[in-house]
Ligand binder design. Structure first.
Ligand code: MTE
Ligand code: MO
Length: 311
């Protein structure tokens, strides 16, 4: 493993910067390889490249974190609780023959395999901030599609009020699931209006290629205005339900992690402040923004709600 020195970071950031300046709205990505990916020993050369459109309506033009940062500082308890464990144990996640089941209160339940996930939907790149509840953040160029396009295929019934998500359960291979650190499998949930919000994304890749295992291969959720733990990885089931679904961290410590978990600098975690955050790769801290800076897209979802009570 190479150490990130200042020189590398500057060089890599310069390349991503140039990419952004050359962006037009929704242009087709060229097949040109990003030179800094070539000597990366983390995102392997054999990983499948994806073709995608760029979405600038919802993408931030902040500097993206490097591929090394995004793939070597992770939370993925199935692969261990240390920040480097998901990278070190990445091969323990068996993502061949993946099946994602969509079921529950829908007219049209269905199952997708890995090939469907990258072929059935129009993929696009969205550069989103990810704000972890632990007060660090990253900027990631995700590739995927809006969750609502999958929801439209499923045709939810009128009594479907929430969407519930479930991660892989594989106690034999996943080192974190050999212990009861969490109540496995990892689960998450959204209210239906949050799920169909255009910002809510199903990610199948990042930096132009399919997801590395440590980032939740082959399919994960991205909800950029909520704390990172809502963005559940390696999903095997999406169910439409009529009640607020169980969410792993809420179940684990309900006074610390609420169902909503919207990024909110005015509501502190009981054990630490949420006012500021450290962007990985930077020294010092920056202010945390309400709804992680996505306020204009999502604050109407919460009008009239007491965000201190519904945290
Ligand atoms: N299945 C599963 N999904 C998960 C987690 C996990 O432990 N298991 N950790 C969450 C947390 S706390 C964060 S901050 C993000 C981290 O995503 P990243 O590693 O791609 O940055 O994944 C979330 N999704
Ligand atoms: Mo997190």
């Amino acid at each position: 493993m190479k150490i990130f020195n200042k020189y590398n970071l500057d060089k890599e950031n310069k390349v991503t910067d140039e990419r952004h300046f050359n962006n037009r709205r929704k242009i087709m990505a060229s097949t040109l390889a990003f030179p800094f990916l070539m000597n990366s020993n983390i995102l392997s050369a054999s990983q499948k490249k994806l073709s995608f459109n760029k979405d600038l309506d919802y993408s931030t033009n902040e500097q993206t974190n490097t591929i090394k940062q995004i793939t070597s500082y992770n939370n993925f308890y199935e692969l261990g609780t240390g920040k480097r464990d998901p990278m070190l144990n990445a091969s323990k996640l068996k993502s061949d023959d993946w099946k994602l089941t969509i079921d529950g209160l829908v007219e049209n339940p269905f199952t997708l395999d890995s090939e469907d996930l990258i072929k059935k939907f129009q993929l696009e790149e969205r550069i989103y901030r990810l704000r972890c509840v632990e007060a660090w953040s990253m900027v990631v160029p995700w590739i995927g599609f809006e969750l609502r396009s999958l929801i439209n295929l499923a045709k939810p019934l009128h009594n479907a009020k929430y969407v519930s998500f479930e991660s892989i359960l594989d106690k034999e291979n996943l080192p974190g699931q050999k212990r009861n650190i969490l109540n496995w499998p990892y689960k998450e949930g959204l209210r239906m209006d949050e799920a169909i919000n255009p910002l809510t994304m199903i990610a199948v890749g990042l930096y132009g290629k399919v997801l590395p295992n440590q980032n939740g291969s082959p399919v994960r959720l991205i909800v950029p205005w909520k704390y990172g733990f809502k963005s559940i990885k390696s999903i095997v089931r999406i169910s439409f339900v009529d009640h607020q679904p169980t969410c792993t961290w809420n179940e684990q410590a309900p006074n610390e992690y609420g169902f909503y978990s919207n990024v909110n600098p005015y509501v502190n975690h009981p054990r630490w402040s949420q006012k500021r955050e450290r962007r990985i790769g930077e020294f010092g801290k920056r202010d945390t923004l309400l709804f992680n800076g996505y306020s204009k897209f999502v604050n109407n979802l919460y009008t009239g709600m007491d965000l201190e009570k519904n945290f």
